[in-house]
Design a protein around this ligand. Structure first.
Ligand SMILES: C[S@@+](CC[C@H](N)C(=O)[O-])C[C@H]1O[C@@H](n2cnc3c(N)ncnc32)[C@H](O)[C@@H]1O
Length: 274
C-alpha cells in the first residue's frame, strides 16, 4: 500500500470552489485576476509573497531561465516568477488536488503557456536530466524523509552551473516542534534536518553554496503577527482555507517553535558544480 499521508494532509476537497468563493467575497473580479490578487492564499509558506521576492532576488533572475518548482503547491511562487520575471516555469507536486487548483488559477490569471503543473514525487522527478536552469523549492523538504534522494533528483535535472534556490524549515537545538504545524498535524510526516546537516548533504551531492541566509530572526516578527491575527476572525482569503480547522493552533505553534529554537529557517542559493 502506498503511503499517502502527506497528500492526505494537504488535500481539501473542493478547494478550487472554496478559493473562488473567497475571492468573490473579498471583492475580486474572478474574470480578471492577477497573481497579486491570489497571493494571500497561494503563497503557501512562511513569509508568503515577500519571502518569494527575497529568494528570487538572491537568484537574480534575468527572465530567460527555465525553472522547476519542486513541491509547487497551489502555484503562487511559480506564477509570480513567470509574471514578474518572464521565466518559463514547471511545477511538480505530490498533491493532486493542489495541481488541479494550480492549473485553474493559472487559467484565471492568463498565464497558460508560461507555467505548467504535473502531479509527481520529488523523489522521482518526471523530467529529463539537465533540463532546468533553476530548481526552486519553498517549504516542501520538511515533508520529505529521504533528503539524499530529493537533492540528488534536484541535481540531476539541473544543468551544470544552474542554481538551486531553497527556502526551508530546519531543526533547531530546542527539541522537537510543537504540533500541529502547517506541514504536519503530528510528527509522522515531519522530517526536519539542521541547517548544517542540510548543507553537508547538498555539498556532498555536488552543489556549492552561493548564498546561505539564516532567516529565523527576520521571520520571527511576522510569525508572531500571524499568531496574533489568528486570535481574530480570518480575512476571506488566506491560507486558513487550505489548513482547515487547526489553522489557529498551527499559527501559534509556528511562532512558539521559533521562539523556543525548535525550528530555524533559511534561504539558500547553491550552484550545481558539474
Ligand atoms: C507547505 S506546501 C508549499 C507549497 C509551495 N511550495 C508554496 O510555497 O506555496 C508543501 C508542498 O510540498 C508538497 N510535497 C510534499 N512532499 C512532496 C513530494 N515528495 N513530492 C512533491 N511534492 C511534495 C506538498 O504536496 C505541498 O504542496
Amino acid at each position: 500500500m502506498p503511503d499517502n499521508s502527506v497528500e492526505t494532509h494537504y488535500t481539501r476537497h473542493d478547494l478550487g470552489e472554496i478559493i473562488l468563493a473567497a475571492l468573490k467575497k473579498a471583492g475580486k473580479d474572478v474574470g480578471h485576476l492577477t497573481p497579486d490578487d491570489l497571493a494571500p492564499v497561494d503563497e503557501f509558506h512562511g513569509g508568503q509573497r515577500p519571502a518569494t521576492i527575497r529568494l528570487a532576488e538572491l537568484v537574480g533572475f534575468t527572465g530567460t531561465e527555465r525553472v522547476l518548482d519542486v513541491g509547487s503547491g497551489l502555484g503562487g511562487p511559480s506564477r509570480f516568477l513567470a509574471w514578474r520575471y518572464g521565466c518559463r516555469v514547471s511545477g511538480v507536486d505530490l498533491t493532486a488536488e493542489f495541481c488541479r487548483v494550480a492549473e485553474m488559477l493559472t487559467r484565471l490569471t492568463g498565464l497558460v503557456g508560461r507555467v505548467d503543473y504535473r502531479q509527481g514525487n520529488a523523489l522521482d522527478l518526471p523530467f529529463a536530466d539537465v533540463s532546468f536552469d533553476v530548481v526552486w523549492s519553498q517549504n516542501a523538504a520538511m515533508n520529505i524523509a529521504d533528503r539524499d534522494q530529493l537533492y540528488r533528483e534536484m541535481h540531476r535535472v539541473l544543468r551544470p552551473g544552474g542554481k538551486l534556490a531553497l527556502q526551508e524549515v530546519a531543526a533547531g537545538p530546542g527539541g522537537l516542534p510543537h504540533f500541529p504545524v502547517q506541514w504536519a498535524l503530528e510528527p509522522g510526516i515531519s522530517f526536519l534536518l539542521t541547517p548544517e546537516a542540510t548543507c553537508a548533504k547538498l555539498e556532498a551531492l555536488g552543489f556549492h553554496v552561493v548564498t546561505w541566509q539564516d532567516t529565523t530572526e527576520a521571520t520571527f516578527a511576522s510569525a508572531q503577527a500571524r499568531a496574533r491575527h489568528a486570535e481574530s476572525a480570518p480575512p476571506p482569503l488566506g491560507t486558513h482555507l487550505i489548513l482547515g480547522s487547526d489553522w489557529q493552533a498551527m499559527a501559534r505553534n509556528s511562532a512558539r517553535n521559533l521562539e523556543e529554537h525548535r525550528t530555524k529557517l533559511f534561504n539558500a542559493v547553491l550552484e550545481r558544480a558539474s
